[in-house]
Design a protein around this ligand. Sequence first.
Ligand code: SF4
Ligand code: SF4
Length: 62
Amino acid sequence: MFFVKVDIERCTGCGECVNICPVQVFQLGPDGKTDPYQAGECVGCMSCVEVCPEKCIEVLEI
Ligand code: SF4
Ligand code: SF4
């Protein structure tokens, strides 16, 4: 299992993580920032960590 952690203060809502995640972990929330609402689906590919321009996503194996 993986834990998906976002530093919301730094998220600009660019949507790159939403677009790249192969299992649709993220959606943009009403505040215009990302929401890892399906974090339980994460397969640990690290694409979101690599693509985020703000480097504000961490994925940890738990
Ligand atoms: S590590 Fe991969 S599967 Fe997990 S949230 Fe990021 S893009 Fe999605
Ligand atoms: S890629 Fe980074 S900055 Fe862009 S919406 Fe996702 S978490 Fe926020």
